[in-house]
Design a protein around this ligand. Structure first.
Ligand SMILES: CCCCCc1ccc(-c2ccc(S(=O)(=O)CCO)cc2)cc1/C=C\c1ccccn1
Length: 240
C-alpha cells in the first residue's frame, strides 16, 4: 500500500483524525453542543457554515460492552456488511482495493427530501494504532473515511450532488480479566467509541433541513451500527 499515490494523504489524514478524535470534547477548541444523549451514547455538534452551507462537525462518544475495537472497526470497514447496518446508503461500490486495509468507495445515499440525492467517493483505511501514551495500555483501532476527487468520476456529473466527508471511527478496548483465572469472555470487554464526522453536503441544502436530518439520523445511525456489531459478535470467538 505504501507505494500507492494516495498513501501519503491516507497516512497523514489518518494520524490527524486519530489525534482529533482523542481530544476530549471538553478541552477541544470551540463550543460543543450536546444534541443527543441515549444511555452511554452522547452526541455533540458545532454549528459551522461555509458559504452559507452547513458543515457542522459532529462528535459522538459511546461505550459498548461485549465487543472489541477491532471487531467494531472490522464491521464498519468491511463493505460486505455495509448495507446491513447503513440505512441511508442506496448502493456502495469498491472502486479500487488500495490494500487489504484500504479501499476506495463510491457510495450513493438515499435521497432525503427536499434535497437532491448525494453520492460520495472516499478512501477508507483501517489501522491498529499503538497507544503512544501507554505501551501496554488498551489498543486503539481506527477507521478513517476521507473524500477524494477522482478524474474518472467527476463530481456532479450524474444525477447526484457529490458530498465531501471526513469521518473517523476510533475504538479503545478495555479488558477486565476475570479474577478466577478463567478465559476472558465477552462480558469482560468494554469498547469506548469516538465517532467524528465533518460532512460538506456539496450543493446547497436548506440549513434547517440538514440540521434536522443530522439530528434525526446520526443517533439512529450509531445505535443501529453498534447494535448490529454486538448482535454479529455475540456467538463468535473474540477478535482481539
Ligand atoms: C440533504 C442530505 C445531505 C446528505 C446527508 C448525509 C451526509 C453524510 C452521510 C454519511 C454518514 C456517514 C458516513 S460513514 O460514517 O462514513 C459510513 C459509511 O457510509 C458517510 C456519509 C449521510 C447522509 C445522509 C443521511 C445520513 C445523515 C446522518 C447519518 C446517517 N445518514
Amino acid at each position: 500500500a505504501s507505494a500507492h499515490r494516495l498513501w501519503p494523504e491516507i497516512d497523514r489524514v489518518t494520524m490527524e483524525q486519530m489525534h482529533y478524535a482523542r481530544m476530549s470534547v471538553e478541552d477541544s477548541g470551540g463550543v460543543w453542543q450536546l444534541f443527543a444523549e441515549e444511555g452511554e451514547m452522547k452526541m455533540y455538534r458545532r454549528e459551522e457554515e461555509v458559504n452559507g452551507m452547513v458543515i457542522d462537525p459532529l462528535r459522538a462518544c459511546h461505550v459498548v460492552k461485549g465487543v472489541t475495537g477491532h471487531e467494531v472497526c472490522e464491521y464498519f470497514f468491511n463493505p460486505q456488511y455495509r448495507l446491513e447496518w447503513e440505512a441511508t446508503v442506496e448502493t456502495t461500490t469498491v472502486l479500487e482495493k488500495i490494500a487489504d486495509d484500504t479501499l476506495l468507495f463510491l457510495q450513493v445515499h438515499k435521497r432525503i427530501w427536499p434535497a437532491s440525492q448525494r453520492d460520495a467517493v472516499f478512501w477508507s483505511h483501517m489501522r491498529r494504532v499503538p497507544d503512544d501514551k501507554d505501551q501496554d495500555g488498551p489498543d486503539i483501532w481506527v477507521v478513517v473515511n476521507n473524500s477524494v476527487d477522482i478524474p474518472d468520476l467527476p463530481a456532479n456529473s450524474g444525477k447526484c450532488v457529490r458530498l465531501f466527508l471526513t469521518v473517523c471511527l476510533m475504538c479503545q478496548t478495555f479488558i477486565d480479566p476475570p479474577t478466577n483465572g478463567a478465559k476472558v469472555s465477552r462480558n469482560d470487554l468494554t469498547c469506548k467509541i469516538t465517532y467524528c464526522s465533518v460532512v460538506n453536503p456539496g450543493g446547497w441544502a436548506p440549513p434547517s433541513v440538514l440540521r434536522a436530518v443530522y439530528k434525526r439520523e446520526y443517533p439512529k445511525f450509531l445505535k443501529r451500527f453498534t447494535n448490529y456489531v454486538i448482535d454479529q459478535c455475540q456467538d463468535k470467538p473474540i477478535l482481539f
